[in-house]
Design a binder for this molecule. Sequence first.
Ligand SMILES: Nc1ncnc2c1ncn2[C@@H]1O[C@H](COP(=O)(O)OP(=O)(O)OP(=O)(O)O)[C@@H](O)[C@H]1O
Ligand SMILES: [Mg+2]
Length: 336
Amino acid sequence: MAKKTFGIDFGTNAIKVYKKGEGVILSERSAVSLLENGKRAIAIGEKAYEMFEKAPPSIHVSLPLSRGVVAHLDEMVSLWDYMGEHISGKRKLTHCQFYLAVPADITEVEKRAYSKIITKSQTKPKKVFLIDKPIADAVGLGLDIDRSRGIMLVNLGADTTEITILSLGGIVVSKLIPYGGNDFDRNIQNYLRKKYNFVIGLKTAENIKKKLVSASEIADSIDVIGRDVLKGLPVEMTIPADEIYPLTKDIFSSMTSETRSMLEHTPPEISKEIRDNGIYLTGGTSLIAGLDQFFANRVNIRVNTVTHAEKTVVKGLGYLAEHPKFAGRYAVPIEL
Ligand SMILES: Nc1ncnc2c1ncn2[C@@H]1O[C@H](COP(=O)(O)OP(=O)(O)OP(=O)(O)O)[C@@H](O)[C@H]1O
Ligand SMILES: [Mg+2]
């Protein structure tokens, strides 16, 4: 018997970990700081992300996941080793079982890279299973995936938007689109630099997004501190929402047109049930104000709002970890 079972959602923005019998025990930024001269991690998570864009040359800060794939495996392994030590305390995290969520619409090699995070680490697992992320997402929403003939999910994450249709326990179609909430942050950062020579970090850009980005025009503003490139000095600037709105419109439109197009290409017996059930928006970016109504109008369908939108995938992994018989139908074991 394996000692312990974990479910892990390796998200671009945050790694979320479920421990069987305990619940979601961790949600940490997918960031790691490493000493430049070695592989050793000196900080992970929010602490490492704080150093991002500010670290001295002797420290390398890595965001090892990108656009739904493992972009820097060795750095990700270092991150996991550090995280594993934190989770296990004094005991080593060996002989455990892992359920890992992976995007459905990536290659087998890319899926394998997620299992390598665990198998190449010091963890020495007993078993590793891959679960298609949309399956975990739907299970985390409490949906009856075995019996339902039509479920449509749009997971709006940090670096990706994953649109999926499920029917009778299987994935009918899934598309991973390489943009998400972090693209708003990057657009905001670039715009302010170009227009005002005003430089801010991605963390500040994310705060601006959370306050000002909405799927419809709003009247609001935020004061932020940045650096004036010409003067080389820190300055405060008031940013109004109406300047930010044009930077986001295209992304919102492509999210909804991709969703509408997938629905239009779905066989009628499935799309009928989807229309009856409404679609589900999950992922942290779905928390953007007015996005549910925007989808409802553009896709012409009812939208179900979700609580804990960032955690639905890890909650689904948790359910699978607690119900191994059910999980057996969806989990793909990795040869160790
Ligand atoms: N209230 C909010 N308003 C707008 N955006 C938000 C809000 N809360 C979180 N986000 C954004 O949601 C994203 C994180 O969501 P999530 O945790 O689902 O992503 P992830 O799983 O790490 O990424 P991915 O699935 O793309 O790999 C970030 O871009 C974050 O800025
Ligand atoms: Mg995600």
